[in-house]
Ligand binder design. Structure first.
Ligand code: SF4
Length: 289
């Protein structure tokens, strides 16, 4: 008989829990709330909140509105977005994750201190990602963004470097980048780095690998847009080749498991627990047919 288990370490991180709570608390007393960008990279959860009155808007749409209620999601925003919201007379529900706010403050302070020097302020992160846009904004968009190790060739090793990381980057990749930069600096030139990776994500990597190893097959539940989802899926797949990426119960196929399997269900930091429970119910339904 099949055993079906949901990973107790999967599901929303604290930053996302906090943002959704702020949105739901507000919607309890109001008819609508505009979220600047998807509140979480999971369509199913976005649809659930939209049914309560939340509407997702783009930056362009925001600039065409005024005197509305607007939510800034956990990823954070650059200073210019706060200024615009104020100019447009918007009421702000700021759901920026405290971990991101603290990183923004560190980057801002460092930038102010170094802006008239030849030090290169470097962000290890994904270009165009909302959190990186928010961090770049703390540096008047002057910081250099490195997406991958090979981008290190963009740096000048004869000048000092200060490195920060986007909170959701891989810890292993960050450590490899630190080693590469340390080895590349010209003698006597300073290199300072700040490990600003959020452990809510980094700590899940070994846990999810372990969970994958212990099961015959894995149903990995995530929105297709979640970068954290992609990284965690790959970690599962590297431990267990019978790992299937699904967005919800409708993607579950009987060919993914058998009656004698130990079936594991897990997901990203943007995957709601209720969605993993729905997947479990669907597996049970298919097994009982
Ligand atoms: S991953 Fe970490 S920094 Fe990002 S929203 Fe979640 S708790 Fe905050």
């Amino acid at each position: 008989m099949a055993i079906i288990e949901i990973d107790t370490h999967s599901g929303f991180c604290l930053g996302v829990v906090n943002a959704i709570k702020k949105a739901e608390d507000f919607l309890d007393g109001h008819d609508s709330l505009y979220s600047l960008g998807d509140i979480v990279h999971n369509n199913k959860e976005v649809e659930r909140l939209e049914s309560k009155g939340m509407k997702t808007i783009t930056r362009k749409q925001m600039l065409e509105m005024h005197h509305t209620d607007i939510l800034f999601r956990a990823h954070g925003e650059p200073p210019i977005t706060y200024e615009k919201a104020k100019e447009l007379g918007m009421r702000l529900i700021d759901a920026t994750c405290p971990v991101v706010l603290s990183l923004q403050a560190k980057v801002r302070v460092k930038y102010k201190k170094l802006k008239d020097t030849d030090t290169q302020l470097v962000l290890f992160g994904k270009k165009g990602h909302a959190e990186v846009i928010g961090l770049l904004g703390q540096t008047e968009n002057k910081a250099i963004v490195l997406e991958k190790l090979s981008d290190a060739s963009l740096l000048d090793f004869s000048k000092p470097i200060v490195l920060f990381s986007q909170t959701t980057k891989s810890l292993e990749e960050f450590q490899a980048l630190v080693s590469l930069l340390r080895a590349s600096m010209n003698p006597g030139v300073s290199f300072e780095y700040h490990d600003t990776i959020c452990r809510q994500v980094a700590n899940r990597m070994p846990l999810i690998r372990n969970f994958s190893k212990k099961h015959d097959c894995i149903l990995f539940v995530s929105g297709a847009k979640s970068s954290n989802g992609k990284a965690l899926f790959e970690a599962c797949h590297s431990e267990n080749t019978r790992t299937f990426f699904i967005t919800g119960p409708n993607d579950v196929l009987p060919s993914m498991f058998s009656e004698s399997d130990r079936i594991g269900i897990c997901g990203a930091t943007s995957t709601p627990v209720w969605l993993m429970e729905d997947v479990k119910k669907q597996v049970e339904k298919l097994l009982s047919v």
